[in-house]
Design a protein around this ligand. Structure first.
Ligand SMILES: Cc1ncc(COP(=O)(O)O)c(C=O)c1O
Length: 384
C-alpha cells in the first residue's frame, strides 16, 4: 500500500533522540532547532518522561471518558499551578486543530452566535472550523468555505473596532495567535490583544488565545498572550503539551459553563496521554524551563541580531524567526546538509527556530557558529 503523498520530506530517517539531538539510521547526529515543529518541549526521550509513560503503560493505557480518570485532575492541578490560570477549567483532546475546533464551537454555544473573527496570516489547523479560520485558501476545501468566519487585518485595531461597531451582536468569538508561527513569527502587539479583550468584554464575545505553537512556556511566559497582561476566555494548547505524545486541550474561563454532551472525545484525556503531559509539566517545573527559555532565547536573539546578513530577527523566548535575503537562500539547506542542524521555515524566506525549552548555550553557540560560517562562505564565493 502506498502512503498518501501529502508531505514534501527531507530524505532522512531519524531512529533515535536524546535531549536536543537526534540520530539518523547511518549514525549521524543532528542538532534539533526545529523540535519536530515546536513539539519537543522537554527534549527527546527525557528519562523522567520515558519512565512515566512506561510505568503508566504497565498499569493501563486507555479507558474511555465514561469512568473516573484521576490523572486528568492531576494534570489540571499541575496546569493551574504552572500556567497561573487557577480558576480555569480543562477540556482534553488530541491535537491543536481539535483544540481550536472545540474552542470556536464553545464560543458559539456560549454566546448563541455564529461569527468568528480571525486574522490575516493566521494558522489554526486543518479540521473544519480551524481550517476555515486559517488564512490559506489553498488548504481549504470547498466544503470549508463559510460566511461565519470573517478575516480582518492582523494588528489593525481600527478595523477590528469598526467591525465590532457594526457586527458586534453577531460575533461569538475572536481567535488569535499571540505570535503567528506558520505566518512567519509575527507577534500580536500588546495593544492589539488588549483591544480584543476590551471589545470582547463590551460586546459579550469570547476571546480565544490560540496557544498551540506559541504557548506552553515557549516565549518565556506560560502563554505568549500573558506578555500583554490580559486574560483570554479560552486558551488552546497542544504541541509542547505531550513532548510528542498526542494531546491537546483548552483552558476555559470560569464564566463559561459546561453542559453534558457539549464537547466530547473518545481518546482525549486518556491515561497514557495524561501521564505524558503530567511528566512534561513536572520536568518544566523541576528544571525551571520557562526561565531557561527566556535566558537562552534572549541570548540567541541578541547574537542573531548581530549577524548583518539576517534581517528582522524577531520573536520571544525560543520562538524566533528571521528573514533570509535572496543571496543567502541556501542557508537553511546548508545548515541541514553540511552542519546537521534542523531548523524550521515559513514561506517565502523565513527561518524559524523552535527548539526544546531545555536547550543550552552549547547548542545555541553551535547554531550561531554554523550560521556565521555558512554566511561567510556564501559571501566569499560571491566575491570570487
Ligand atoms: C498556531 C497553531 N494552531 C493550530 C495548529 C494545529 O495543530 P495540529 O497540527 O496539532 O492540529 C498549529 C499547527 O502547526 C499551529 O501552529
Amino acid at each position: 500500500m502506498k502512503l498518501f503523498d501529502v508531505y514534501p520530506i527531507n530524505d532522512i530517517t531519524i531512529t533515535r533522540g536524546e535531549g536536543s539531538y537526534v540520530w539518523d539510521d547511518h549514525g549521524n547526529r543532528y542538532c534539533d532547532f526545529y523540535g519536530g515543529h515546536a513539539v519537543i518541549s522537554i527534549g527527546h526521550t527525557h528519562p523522567h518522561y520515558v519512565a512515566a509513560i512506561k510505568q503508566q503503560l504497565d498499569n493501563i493505557g486507555f479507558y474511555s471518558n465514561s469512568i473516573r480518570i484521576p490523572l486528568q485532575q492531576q494534570l489540571a492541578d499541575r496546569l493551574a499551578a504552572v500556567s497561573g490560570k487557577q480558576d480555569y477549567q480543562l477540556f482534553l483532546c488530541n491535537s491543536g486543530a481539535e483544540a481550536n475546533e472545540n474552542a470556536m464551537k464553545l464560543a458559539s454555544f456560549h454566546t448563541g452566535r455564529k461569527k468568528i473573527v480571525a486574522f490575516s496570516g493566521a494558522f489554526h489547523g486543518r479540521t473544519s472550523l480551524a481550517v476555515s479560520a486559517t488564512d490559506n485558501p489553498s488548504i481549504s476545501a470547498p466544503v470549508n468555505i463559510t460566511e461565519n468566519i470573517v478575516f480582518l487585518p492582523f494588528n489593525d485595531e481600527e478595523r477590528l473596532s469598526a467591525y465590532f461597531r457594526t457586527n458586534g451582536q453577531d460575533i461569538a468569538g475572536v481567535i488569535v495567535e499571540g505570535i503567528q508561527g506558520v505566518g512567519g513569527i509575527i507577534e500580536a502587539t500588546p495593544s492589539f490583544l488588549q483591544t480584543i479583550r476590551s471589545l470582547c468584554d463590551e460586546y459579550g464575545a469570547v476571546f480565544i488565545a490560540d496557544s498551540v505553537q506559541c504557548g506552553y512556556g515557549r516565549t518565556g511566559k506560560f502563554f505568549s498572550h500573558d506578555h500583554a497582561g490580559i486574560q483570554a476566555d479560552i486558551y488552546s494548547m497542544a504541541k509542547g503539551m505531550g513532548n510528542g505524545f498526542p494531546i491537546g486541550g483548552i483552558l476555559i474561563a470560569p464564566h463559561i459553563q459546561a453542559k453534558y454532551g457539549m464537547l466530547g472525545t473518545t481518546f482525549g484525556g486518556n491515561h497514557l496521554a495524561c501521564a505524558a503531559a503530567i511528566a512534561v509539566l513536572e520536568v518544566m517545573e523541576k528544571e525551571r524551563l520557562i526561565k531557561n527559555t527566556e535566558t537562552i532565547g534572549n541570548y540567541l536573539t541578541t547574537q542573531l541580531k548581530s549577524i548583518d546578513a539576517l534581517q528582522h530577527v524577531r520573536g520571544r523566548g525560543l520562538m524566533i524567526g528571521f528573514d533570509v535575503p535572496e543571496q543567502y537562500k541556501t542557508l537553511r539547506k546548508t545548515l541541514l546538509d553540511d552542519y546537521r542542524i534542523f531548523t524550521g521555515e515559513a514561506k517565502p524566506s523565513v527561518i524559524r527556530l523552535l527548539p526544546a525549552l531545555n536547550i543550552s548555550r552549547t547548542e545555541a553557540d553551535l547554531l550561531l557558529h554554523a550560521i556565521r560560517t555558512v554566511i561567510s562562505e556564501i559571501q566569499n564565493n560571491q566575491n570570487k
